[in-house]
Design a protein around this ligand. Structure first.
Ligand code: MN
Ligand code: MN
Length: 465
């Protein structure tokens, strides 16, 4: 190697693809892990299903519901589930929590279409369900794809009926129609963000009339729902029904190097962090894992990260160890560290103008760290302190975990945020640490298998340090 090359290697940061440095053993581990990841995705498309899957993983690995524990001591593994939609897990460490805890937080909700409270109507012999989109979507992407219905009806007497239609090969699916190009001259002149409008996202659900007359198709649909689920039209008002893409997570590319799936934002970080936590035994500092809800619509509400339920959980950890005292919770937070585990935008060469090449996350280069997010001059961002960034990269470098530090796109072309600022507000040192994604928020998102595995490795070493 020439002297110049030598010096470059010594002084410049590496931009190598992770695939260049993995050996056959690691490649095998990556593929096996991602098979597990895709299985998880196919069984957990909504926040309620994610929590169910995470609970199952925790139950099978020695975790107990904190409400059933009177006392907690070193090495104990517990969780708390908040209204079936968010969850906190902890492994009690050797050190007193007063010295701080290590938190990793991801979110279970993903962009989707929700049903309106009064969704069912008939028009010209066709029955439809009206939807209200959830989170930031490009609306046109949600037409003419197979959609599945997931969710719950809760009747006035409290009875809960779970519904999943469109996942089983034998099930029917649903779709939202779009205008044929032949007649779309006017529509094609619309701006892309109005190409399909919110009130046009109506799900086609049936076409057979019950008898003749007004609303006969609607009646037939309601009758089917009544026979199958015992519900009447009014029960829609107390339901949470979500429409999600009916397609499965699949390996992608001739080399099968990527995962294509719905909702990888942020199920990818839920899976990798929960999976890592299952392998944490007797850590020095208490290890805490957050699965939050409502991140995509601003983290508000009692299942979102803004709620105080998380603080209550940490207080309960202190109570049940018999060490709580006034102000201790605040002190714990001020000495705590957190990886805000959320996805990052991957550099897309087709849309290169949205990115700044030197500061983008790339597919296949490992864990993506964002020192800050925000928009228009870092507005709304939690900007991680240099000392904390140094500490995290120190751990990753020591453990040979590949990472890159990036920004979300070019300055002033847009922006985004995560739950990082909410935890930082409590005094915790937080940095965003997730996986770069192509086509984020689309019905089918793309990630690199190398990055999935590297995120899992990173979360594990963070909790073990
Ligand atoms: Mn996210
Ligand atoms: Mn998102």
């Amino acid at each position: 190697m020439s002297e110049v090359e030598d010096l470059k290697n010594k002084l410049f940061r590496s931009k190598k693809s992770g695939w260049e440095i993995v050996d056959d053993t690691r490649r095998g581990e990556i593929n096996k892990f991602c098979d597990e990841y895709m299985y998880f995705l196919n069984n957990s498309k909504t926040e309620r299903e994610i929590i169910k899957s995470a609970k199952k993983m925790a139950d099978e690995n020695g975790f107990r519901n904190i409400e059933e524990c009177n006392e907690l001591r070193e090495g104990d593994k517990v969780y708390y589930i908040n209204r079936e939609k968010s969850m906190y897990l902890a492994v009690i460490g050797k050190e007193p929590m007063e010295n701080g805890i290590n938190i990793i937080g991801a979110h279970a909700d993903s962009p989707r279409l929700d049903l309106k409270p009064n969704p069912l109507y008939e028009d010209t012999g066709l029955a439809y369900l009206k939807t209200h989109y959830y989170g930031g979507i490009k609306k046109y992407q949600w037409t003419t794809i197979p959609l599945a219905i997931h969710g719950v009806f809760v009747k006035a007497n409290g009875e809960k009926i779970e519904v999943t239609i469109g996942e089983d090969e034998q099930d029917p699916i649903f779709t939202i129609t779009d205008l044929l190009p032949h007649l779309a001259q006017d529509q094609m002149q619309r701006k892309l963000n109005e190409g399909v409008k919110g009130e046009e996202l109506n799900l086609l659900v049936g076409s057979i009339p019950y008898a003749s007359g007004v609303d006969a198709v609607k009646l037939n649909i309601m009758n089917i729902l009544n026979q199958k689920y015992g519900i009447v039209e009014k029960d829609f008002v107390s339901s949470e029904i979500e429409l999600v893409p009916a397609f499965k997570a699949r390996s992608m590319g001739f080399d099968s190097s990527m995962v294509a799936a719905y909702g990888q934002d942020d199920k990818i970080c839920v899976f990798t962090s929960v999976r890592a936590l299952l392998e944490i035994h007797n850590p020095s500092r208490t290890a805490v894992c957050i699965i939050a809800d409502k991140e995509e619509i601003g983290s508000m509400g009692n299942t979102g990260m803004e709620s105080h339920v998380f603080d209550t959980f940490i207080s309960e950890l202190l109570n049940k160890q018999g060490v709580n005292k006034p102000n201790l919770l605040d002190k714990v937070f001020c000495k705590s560290k957190m990886l805000s585990a959320d996805v990052d935008a991957a550099y897309d060469p087709i849309y290169a103008s949205a990115f700044e090449k030197n500061n983008s996350g790339y597919l296949g280069r490992g864990l993506g760290l964002n020192k800050y997010t925000g928009a228009r001059g870092k507005s709304g961002a939690s900007d991680a302190n240099a000392e904390f960034v140094a500490e995290i990269r120190g751990i990753l470098e020591r453990e040979n975990v590949q990472y890159e530090v990036s920004e979300l796109g070019k300055i002033d072309v847009g922006g985004g945020g995560t739950i990082a600022y909410i935890l930082a507000d409590k005094g915790i040192d937080v940095i965003d640490a997730g996986v770069p994604v192509l086509s984020m928020h689309a019905p089918y998102e793309v990630t690199s298998k190398f990055d999935v595995y590297e995120a899992y490795r990173a979360y594990k070493v963070f909790w073990n340090n």
